[in-house]
Design a protein. Sequence first.
Length: 83
Amino acid sequence: MQLYESNVTRHGNMLVGSTMAGKTTAWKILIEALNKLSEAEKKENKNVKPEDMKIMPVKYDLINPKAISIDELYGYFDDQLPP
């Protein structure tokens, strides 16, 4: 619940903790639960539009933070680049 509520109220989260503390398990279970709730919502209302859904399905990508710069990881604005 804490991870879900944190995701709802923030733009992003970082799970930090000791080895074998359950970080990966926590976010995987949250993703699985949200996807199941999304599927159940689709079954209840087959004509629901994606933008009208209360719970959207979750997609995720894993990245290696050492493979990109800190600016790319956290985002930045470069005024010299064309829009």
